[in-house]
Design a protein around this ligand. Structure first.
Ligand code: CUK
Ligand code: CUA
Length: 761
């Protein structure tokens, strides 16, 4: 009988304990020989390998590029931990398939059109005094100018805001040192108003700009009404960075087409690539954002599309906007940890240019400008702003910093190399080849005021021959490099099967403190109590006109309710609360054929909504393998024809259990109780309270055991009435609760044995 087999398995598992590990007889040398590994390979492996049960020192967040997601992985193991759904629906997390997450995506609609993808480039972790604080993460969408907010307490997207004046952006996701603002610089110029203007009016009507999105840390949300933009010339702004330390209050934004070139290869005009690289220099925009914010408060901004824009003439008049020539078609702009230097790479130059903030300020103070641009913006001469230029190699793009003083790393796209150099002495210290065509690069907390060094990840644009071929579309290749010594050492190639990542940020793992459960009844997308939440025993289905609303619950291993009956054409809302407290006890919820899915983590409440527009029978079920009786975590949505009436004698078929069946169940229950008692006996005989993980397992098991009295009362009441069907099944339910408790108890026992728990009695 199935119950006996299951009970047998429990007893067996209990008796076996940990078992003994069977070690391979092969030695390390044997394995090296068999797999053709060098000493260097083995050393690299030892530097990246994180043994089972151990964790990474750093957690990296890579932008998912066109996938519109965020990729989370550990460093140095390079193990992928999660894809966080941001701009794109993601069914596992229910993102875009339940009501609250749909509302987040809907808020990102442009001109009333829902956009279901994004081109995510730059993730940025929130900062306090220029240090990563691990609370929030921001990421931009280049294609549809938007910024998203991810809360690192639960790694969920909480907000998407649409830029009110840009039609394209790129320099987005970067934060000011106390996360007062999230910066978003435009890219391809367009009229700020939502209107048509011919390309002939490019110089007069097309504009760039930079938006400073106000962030309310307490609410964990961007406040659009307190955000503003600074109007900029149509120079194709690019990457942005915030000043820090002495340069705090200022921001720096590149541009790559100060030629204001308009292409048209189909009309016989040279293409953009020729026209936008014709001049020897472009402009770095130097902006005093602190003062800009004050000017906006004083009412000096113009409302465009209901949004505050500080116009160029105001910015010039108030002395908050300056230009500095930089080598043509630059890409990266990176402020050094001390906030004194700004490092710019010209893609078509072999140098990195190191600008001095002090010199820029001196020129501004002295009113020493070489010219004004066509919009009247003062231009500081390059030589007045430049500290030094260092020849690093071909195609320099982005720069990151080391914990070691003055040490920087610059990616060389054309050379497919990383250059390590000293920005104080101007010396190149080392170079390493990467595979291939590196874009961004990342050191640990490498753009904060206190970089951690240790590792560098090269974000390569091409992987070509690095991995097993998987068709013409190749995986991305993130290469892990050890930078702790004088010479850089390549440790690991990591294929990323989602793209294209542009930038990545990594934080010390200890700074992240994500929760394991929500307060019961929480809407995770608003962080507020969910109106559809109910507690155990309060489950209810109500009808208002053609609207049917279910407020139900989930706990191993049943969904309450198990039947939902509606009439064709009804609008159905199903709210479900996960009553579990246990870590990792997520339930999923799907209804056949209605394109809804929810991921409901412990404590969370989620609603799915649809119109039951076709009569029929629709099973619903839990989609996470949550327990031994997971498959039984199911129910039926019955969509009945209009005015349907039951025909003849209708009753659910009886099982015809006997008193003997009931007694057998009771015997099983008693035997299982003995198993539970023995496990409880072991756990309480050791110092289990010293292990928080075990304490929460014990809590979880207790939750299950606490449900037994109710089921027991029911089987006893049914037995008193000689209703053997009900009596047997409620006794079976008692056993189900026992099995779950025993399962958790055994897990706790194994844990304690593996962690050498000590006998206390
Ligand atoms: S970007 Cu792609 S390599 Cu969007 Cu910062 Cu430089
Ligand atoms: Cu809950 Cu499967």
């Amino acid at each position: 009988m199935s119950t006996c087999i299951k009970l047998g398995a429990l007893t067996l598992a209990l008796g076996m304990g940990m078992g003994s590990a069977a070690w391979s007889a092969e030695s390390l040398q044997d394995v090296m020989k068999r797999r053709g590994l060098s000493q260097q390979d083995v050393l690299s492996a030892a530097k990246t390998y994180v043994p089972t049960g151990k964790r990474d020192e750093f957690v990296a967040f890579a932008s998912g590029g066109q996938s519109g997601q965020l990729i989370v992985y550990g460093v140095p193991s390079m193990r992928i931990l999660k894809y966080v759904a941001v701009f794109t629906p993601e069914p596992w997390q229910g993102y875009g398939y339940d009501e609250s997450s749909r509302a987040i995506l809907k808020a990102g609609a442009i001109n009333g059109k829902e956009i279901t993808w994004g081109d995510a480039h730059h993730p940025a972790i929130s900062e306090t005094q220029g240090k990563y604080d691990g609370q929030y993460l921001f990421i931009n969408d280049k294609a549809n100018p938007r910024i998203a907010v991810v809360d690192l307490r639960d790694f969920e997207t909480k907000q998407i805001v649409v830029n009110p004046v840009f039609k394209s952006e790129h320099g987005g996701g970067f934060v000011t040192p106390n996360t007062e603002y999230v910066m978003e610089a435009a890219q391809y110029a367009a009229p700020l108003e939502n209107e048509f203007q011919p390309l002939e009016a490019f110089n007069e009507k097309y504009r760039g700009g930079i938006t400073y999105w106000k962030f309310d840390r307490k609410q964990g949300r961007i406040v659009p009404a307190e955000s503003f933009s600074v109007e900029l010339p149509p120079y194709a702004q690019d990457v942005t960075d915030a000043g820090k330390g002495p340069s705090e209050g200022w921001s720096f934004t590149n541009s790559f087409c100060s030629e204001r070139y308009v292409g048209g290869i189909e009309k016989g005009r040279p293409p953009y690539e020729a026209g936008c690289s014709a001049k020897d220099t472009d402009y770095m925009h130097v902006i005093n954002w602190k003062k800009a914010a004050e000017l906006v408060k004083q009412g000096k901004a113009k409302k465009i599309n209901g949004h505050n824009v500080l116009m160029m003439d105001t910015a010039v008049k108030e002395g908050i906007l300056f230009l500095v020539p930089e080598p043509k078609s630059p890409h990266g702009v990176d402020v050094a940890p001390d906030g004194k230097l700004i490092i710019v790479s010209g893609k078509l130059d072999t140098h990195v240019s190191v600008f001095s903030f002090e010199k820029i300020m001196a020129a501004i103070k002295a009113g020493k400008f070489e010219s004004k641009d066509p919009y009247g913006i003062p231009v500081i001469s390059m030589k007045d702003a430049l500290q030094t230029q260092v020849q690093v190699g071909l195609g320099p793009l982005h720069t990151q910093f080391d914990a070691k003083k003055c040490v920087a790393y610059t990616s060389l796209y054309v050379d497919s190399q990383v250059a390590k150099w000293d920005y104080c002495t101007g010396k190149v210290l080392d170079k390493i080849s990467v595979h291939y065509n590196i874009g961004h690069l990342m050191t640990m907390e490498g753009d904060a005021v206190d970089p951690k060094g240790r590792y560098l990840v090269a974000l390569n644009k091409l992987s070509i021959d690095r991995f097993n071929p998987v068709g013409p579309l190749h995986p991305q290749n993130h290469q892990l490099i050890d930078i702790s010594g004088d010479k850089m050492q390549l440790l690991y190639d990591m294929p990323i099967p989602l793209g294209e990542p542009h930038n990545t940020v990594a934080i010390e793992a200890s700074k992240l403190r994500p929760g394991v459960r929500y307060k019961v009844g929480t809407d995770s997308r608003t962080d507020k109590p969910h109106p559809g939440a109910v507690r155990a025993g309060e489950e209810v289905t109500t009808r208002t006109g053609k609207k049917v609303e279910v407020k139900g619950t989930l706990i191993r291993s049943h969904i309450t309710p198990e039947t939902i009956e509606v009439e064709v054409g009804d609008e159905v809302t199903i709210n479900l609360t996960n009553l579990e407290r246990a870590e990792d006890e997520t339930h999923g919820f799907a209804v056949s054929g209605y394109n809804v899915h929810a991921s409901i983590e412990p404590g969370k409440t989620v609603a799915v909504k649809f119109v039951a527009d076709k009569e029929g029978v629709y099973p619903y079920y839990c989609t996470e393998f949550c327990s031994a009786l997971h498959l039984e975590m199911m129910g039926y949505l019955l969509v009945k024809p209009k005015n349907w009436k039951p025909q003849g004698t209708s009753a659910i078929a009886k099982a015809n259990y006997t008193e003997a069946n009931y007694r057998t169940r009771l015997k099983t229950v008693a035997e299982t109780q003995a198993v539970i008692d023995s496990v409880v006996g072991y756990i309480t005989s050791v110092n289990y309270k010293d292990f928080p993980d075990v304490v929460s397992m014990v809590e979880d098991a207790t939750d299950q055991l606490n449900k037994i009295p109710d089921a027991k009362a029911r089987h006893e009441a049914a037995a008193a009435k000689k209703d053997w069907d009900q009596a047997t099944l409620w006794a079976e339910q008692v056993w189900q609760y026992q099995v779950k408790a025993a399962d958790i108890g055994l897990r706790a026992k194994t844990y304690l044995e593996q962690h050498n728990a000590k006998k206390t009695r």
